[in-house]
Ligand binder design. Sequence first.
Ligand SMILES: *Cc1c(COP(=O)(O)O)cnc(C)c1O
Length: 452
Amino acid sequence: MVLTDYERLAALNKDHLWHPFTQMKDYINADPLIIERGEGIRLYDVQGRAYWDGFSSVWLNVHGHNVPELNQAITDQLGRVAHSTLLGMANIPAIELAAKLVGISPKGLNKVFYSDSGATAVEIAIKMAFQYWHNQGASGKTRFITMNQAYHGDTLGAVSVGAIPLYHEVFRPMLFPSHVIPYPYAYRHGGDELKVMEDTLTALRKLLETRSDEIAALIVEPIVQGAGGIVVMPPGCLREMSVLCRQHGVLLIADEVATGFGRTGSMFACDLEGVSPDLMVIGKGLTGGYLPVAATLATDEIYNAFYANYQEQKTFFHGHSYTGNPLGCAVALASLKLMEERNMVEGVRVKAAFVERKLTALKDRPHVGEIRQKGLMIGIELVRDKASREPYDWSERIGVRTSQRARALGMLTRPLGNVIVFIPPLASNEAELDAMTDILIESIISVTEGGS
Ligand SMILES: *Cc1c(COP(=O)(O)O)cnc(C)c1O
């Protein structure tokens, strides 16, 4: 018997690939989706079926796939050099991109330290904050504050400031301890935004008043907590948190890996409340979703704490083989140029309003608990009982089943527990958003009300 190309690849996939965040026993027993190519905001599998990329390939994609301008930027750079190290030397795109990033970032962030994933960029922010205090003789400031249900990536430092038990608990014995304050998640904590915000600020204030001499930094996903369930902060909360940190001499690390590059309707979520963090972490959308480049931005004040005679031993000893990769930096520059030429950040606000109107169709459905949205970052929390907000039991896998239904209808997405995620590429036009939200609505209604 001659195997089709799909069968051959599926067999090799089953035999040799171990997938991230995946129970392989479930995965192996279903037909794997194998992507062959992308065009616009659609991906095509090896059997020629088309799917809307309804989660931007896990929250990365900006301009769609196979974008001529981005392809060209990589090809042009490839004709010069694919990679040269940033250890003690520079390259053209890494310099140009650093200057560009400083130009669009909240004020005060003047230095760019590259790495290759959100997690590594978080590690760098943590280590920088730690050594910043050490270099100044305040070596008692070693602890970090994070927020309940925070996600900052999967390397051990990032997991140490993570607070999602399902992902993080098993590694607890390997981690450094962090202080965890409540995240203002009104829907799950009484429903009153002002009350949950006050709870968060009170907990933070208390910690800072009693322990700021042992705390290096607070790390936060600004305005929208991503992996924790696409949970939007009450207005003013981030601003207040940043003020408290400043008052108590604790650094603020903004993890903009998910929220950066227009996703929330401004270039960075911090901009929504005029917040200037001491360290800012970016990744995901930085290269338009093309190549693995991330960065940690720092203020001059942080940088200057490391700037000394070599003998003083204040150097930041950290780096990765592919830090500042020229291909990645070149495509990031091209992506930012397209974002500007096409006014994409303003565009997100218009598109977000369209999606919001469309999703009102779900408001009164019996199993739609809450529809949360900031820009083109949308999470829909499904519940067994709307009035009591009783969640579906995790073993029912309501999110997984809804996403499977969406895939059968032609759209890809990946749930967060009982929260359905809709994070379309920023370039999606209104007709495309219309088609994608139709699938989203139909899959939610058919799975939660279909009786199967
Ligand atoms: C995805 C994400 C990360 C981790 O980024 P990777 O590139 O997957 O390592 C960190 N922080 C936030 C807020 C994220 O959403």
